[in-house]
Design a protein around this ligand. Structure first.
Ligand code: C2E
Ligand code: MG
Ligand code: MG
Length: 593
């Protein structure tokens, strides 16, 4: 190793000059320094004002695991462990502006990704050193012994912990998503290099069925215990070289390396399916839970990690949609479904830009059949598809977040419509607007609604929001707070599709709502199904005792209407009275002056 001739270092006393140490012959100094740098676990480096490495001298090969040339020109930050980059940046800034000189300890990173402790002392270089602003000496502490052993051990333990922390899911001890992606990337590279091109490997995505219900029914502690049990049971089935990770929530992924054939993936899926056959015991509670699984195969379904994960994920959701508790290989059908969804998503974005959504109104009547209010229901007036119903686009709008914009426009249209009806001299009516769970979660929801009310000048007392119980209970504390805020603005509130969630009976007394809307599925079966009648009776009793009114929605015939009236239901909505209609029709057929 030769020292760079251009380096001019003032080592001790005297004027800065080429490699001089107190009157010694320049050649001697160079020799001695070279010896020191070669035999000690140290590295001398210089960098410019942008903290890019300009030169390195010493044992970079053993210290950092790559030859000096490999790091020249790279940001110095690259040499530090991610957690220490900020600290190193601050340290070098202080050195650079002269407010610090001296040393500190850091974690550096080798070419193979391993982290090791160093002590760095650094100094700002004189202005006549070309390109370089800072010079520093890094001493590898992992090579230290004796007094430094404890320090090294502590350091290593901390580093091990940090590495574990950043690669594992701390609840279940499985790998986390980042580590899974890394392992999958490695697997794809290995597979591409493999001589035997016939061999395949599989990525499986596992989603627990109705895990949310477990959390709601038993609490998140039990839910967490269940997740741990699931990981333990899956581990029992896996081979040592299979990779298991918790991606988030109740979603897991596994890499089955070198599975052989497509048939083998089916055998594996069935084995895992069977493993969910017996209930899990979480906190002593037996919890039967099934899983939906989706599988993608390298190289047929994708060549890179992201594509394989996306496809396994899509196949898992496909299995869920097909009735859960099953597995599904990624297929043409799923591919077409994804393409269709993406197309719909892009059409919806365009529809928002072109303002193609309009509101229809369905009357809500009292026991005498007189109009008592309305529910607004969105429709998409598409130039190519015609009038599109919410069932065809709401789910995609929710998944892609477009529902937020659609939802705010719906509220605005309803406010403007109400103002128009008032201006035309009609009596004031309360109009309900549906709020999707996705929108209800938004922290700025109340602020946005207040702004719409302010902008349109509408009366908030004529605005009612319909939210499902799942939407409220998903994040109970915040959900209830948000309801209070909407109520404080003067709006009224209704729980939509009531009776289909689990929290119903135990939780609703805390909710500041005015109305429960019973789910249409109960109405469909009255008065003939004893079970539906029993549920409706219970809901009506409970609601009335708590001071809520009840709207029965989905009334399609006189028999249902009569029966519900006899049960003292307060309000009624359904095709029996009217389908949702455009505003001009509602005006003509129902509104009173
Ligand atoms: P929802 O809020 O429970 O609305 C009731 C649905 O039942 C409406 O369907 C309505 O047209 C339909 N319906 C009412 N009476 C009857 C009946 O007697 N028989 C039958 N078979 N159906 C009846 P629609 O308009 O297709 O809306 C479906 C769902 O889409 C709504 O369910 C709501 O969840 C969602 N949605 C509609 N408009 C909006 C909106 O502006 N924003 C959001 N976030 N969601 C909306
Ligand atoms: Mg509704
Ligand atoms: Mg409903």
């Amino acid at each position: 190793m030769t020292m760079k001739k251009s380096n001019s270092v003032k080592l001790r006393g005297g004027k800065p000059g080429p490699f001089t140490v107190d009157g010694e012959e320049p050649g001697e100094t160079v020799k001695r320094l070279t010896r020191a740098l070669k035999s000690l676990p140290v590295m001398y480096f210089e960098m410019n004002g942008d903290f890019e490495i300009k030169s390195v001298t010493g044992e970079t090969n053993t210290l950092l695991g790559h030859p000096a040339g490999g790091i020249i020109g790279r940001p110095a930050g690259d040499m530090f462990a991610p957690d220490d980059r900020g600290k190193a940046g601050d340290f070098f800034s202080r050195i650079s502006n002269g407010s610090d000189h001296g040393g500190d300890e850091f974690s550096m990173i080798r070419a193979d990704g391993s982290v090791f402790p160093v002590h760095i002392c650094a100094t700002s270089l004189p202005a006549d050193v070309p390109e370089a602003r800072i010079g520093g000496l890094a001493v590898d502490l992992s090579k230290m012994h004796g007094n430094n052993r404890d320090l090294e051990k502590k350091h290593n333990a901390l580093i091990d912990y940090a590495i574990y922390d950043s690669t594992h899911d701390l609840l279940t001890d499985a790998f986390n998503r980042d580590m899974f992606v890394t392992r999958l990337q490695v697997e794809t590279i290995k597979a591409d290099r493999r001589k035997n091109k016939e061999s395949i490997f599989a990525v499986m995505c596992i989603g627990l069925d109705r895990f949310k219900d477990v959390n709601e029914m038993y609490g998140t502690r039990t839910g967490d215990a269940l997740l741990k049990q699931v990981v333990a049971r899956l581990r029992d089935l896996l081979r040592p070289d299979d990779v298991l990770a918790r991606i988030y929530g109740d979603k897991f992924m596994i890499i089955f390396s070198d599975v052989g054939t497509y048939e083998d993936t089916i055998t594996i899926s069935e084995k895992i399916s069977r493993a969910f056959g017996d209930p899990f015991f979480a906190e002593g509670i037996p919890i039967p839970i099934s899983a939906s699984m989706g599988i993608s195969i390298h190289p047929d379904d994708g060549r890179d990690a992201e594509e394989l994960m996306d496809k396994a994920d899509a196949a898992m959701y496909y299995a869920k949609d097909r009735g859960r508790n099953s597995y599904q290989l990624f297929s043409r059908e799923i591919h077409d479904g994804i393409v269709q969804k993406l197309r719909l998503e892009s059409d919806l974005r365009q529809a928002v830009r072109k303002d193609e959504f309009l509101m229809y109104y369905q009357p809500i009547v009292d026991p005498a059949g007189a109009i008592a209010g309305m529910e607004s229901l969105v429709r998409w007036q598409s130039p190519s598809k015609g009038l599109v119903m919410p069932s065809e686009f709401i789910h995609v709008a929710e998944k892609s977040g477009i529902i937020v914009e659609i939802g705010y426009r719906a509220i605005e249209q309803v406010c403007l419509q109400n103002m128009e009806w008032l201006a035309k001299g009609y009596s004031p009516y309360t109009v309900a607007v549906n709020l999707s769970t996705y929108q209800f979660r938004r922290p700025d929801l109340v602020k946005e609604i207040a702004a719409i009310i302010e902008r349109t000048g509408a009366d908030p007392r004529r605005l009612k929001f319909e939210i499902t119980e799942t939407g409220i209970m998903e994040n109970e504390k915040e959900g209830i707070e948000r309801l209070h805020e909407l109520k404080a603005m003067g709006c009224s509130l209704s729980i939509d599709d009531f009776g289909t969630g689990y929290s119903s009976f135990s939780k609703i007394h805390d909710l500041p709502v005015d109305t429960l809307k019973t789910d249409k599925s109960f109405i469909d079966n009255v008065p003939h199904s004893m079970k539906a009648v029993a549920i409706l009776t219970a809901i009506l009793n409970l609601a009335h005792n708590l001071g809520f009114s009840v709207v029965a929605e989905g009334i399609e015939n006189n028999e249902q209407y009569d029966f519900l009236r006899s049960m003292k239901c307060d309000f009624f909505q359904g095709y029996y009275f009217s389908k949702p209609l455009p505003p001009e029709e509602i005006e003509k057929q129902f509104l009173l002056r």
